[in-house]
Design a protein around this ligand. Structure first.
Ligand SMILES: [Zn+2]
Length: 279
């Protein structure tokens, strides 16, 4: 934050039961979500919300409340309400990636010193006096921001050098091609379950990639129900959340049952919406 006063300050209670956060400590959510996932990908800064969302304008400083502590802050860029809700999700909050910060979690006592209106944390999205925000900010310790590579990426997808997350995804893809994934690829005869194409290598052998619908790094199990066989293009599209998946439209193979819950996970957590969505 610059020295000038934020237009508004709000507390946003996070849902501990969200699949992405479930069972995670505040520190894990800081590392995995705020420093890694939120700043990354083609629709970086996106935070999906359920029913009510947050009625706030751009520039509003949002304090993220997780497990009874404030664990992160970010400046709101804009609010997107979906014309047709996707399941429980009714829209997205977009945050300015370069404004994302985590810090030593702040308890309600400290918040109460600065904003006496807040006596306890609950589901309330408190509207706080922005003139008091600089004092709150001065008390923060251990501030961390997403790696520089993660910021400013949303406008820079076409640069010559791939963004760091693409490089990482490529590496991950190789590392995570498990025995189970190989089995799934064999069942599909290395044909992509989305387009049916199989890449032919120079030696005449077919090539495909196994994709974990719920990533191993996000507690996804290494079981066939969580794996699909894809061509590299569709694998990248799925990794980056560019595609929604439908169980009915995926090509089937005898002996391979896909778990609907993993398709649902992809659509709910990984999928980032159509590139042509309204602003
Ligand atoms: Zn394909």
């Amino acid at each position: 934050m610059p020295d000038d006063v934020a237009p508004a300050v709000r507390i946003l209670p996070m849902d501990l039961n969200e699949e992405e956060f479930r069972g995670k400590s505040a520190e894990q959510v800081q590392t995995d979500f705020f420093l890694r996932d939120l700043p990354s990908g083609p629709r970086s800064g996106r935070y999906a919300f359920k029913k009510a969302g947050l009625a706030a304008r751009g520039g509003t400083v949002v304090l993220f409340q997780y497990d009874n502590r404030i664990i992160a802050s970010a400046a709101l860029d804009r609010v997107e309400r979906l014309k047709r809700p996707k399941g429980e999700y009714h829209g997205n909050l977009y945050f300015k990636v370069e404004s994302i910060r985590v810090f030593e979690p702040v308890g309600v006592d400290r918040v109460n010193e600065i904003w006496p209106i807040v006596k306890r944390f609950n589901r309330a999205k408190w509207r706080l006096d922005p003139s008091r925000y600089p004092e709150f900010e001065r008390g923060l310790a251990g501030i961390q921001q997403p790696p520089a590579a993660a910021t400013g990426r949303s406008q820079a997808l076409d640069l010559d050098a791939p963004p760091a997350d693409r490089v990482q995804a490529t590496v991950t893809r190789i590392v995570r091609d498990t025995l189970r994934a190989n089995r799934v690829k064999q069942l599909h005869k290395y044909k992509c379950q989305i387009c049916g194409i199989s890449i032919m290598l120079a030696d005449g052998s077919p090539y495909a990639e196994g994709h974990h619908l719920q990533p191993l790094g996000r507690d996804g199990p290494d079981v066939a129900e969580n794996i699909i066989c894809l061509c590299p293009n569709h694998h990248a599209a799925c990794d980056f959340g560019a595609m929604r998946l439908s169980l009915d439209e995926l090509r089937a193979a005898d002996g391979h049952l896909i778990g609907k819950r993993y398709i649902d996970y992809h659509n709910r957590v990984i999928y980032r919406g159509s590139a042509h969505a309204e602003p």
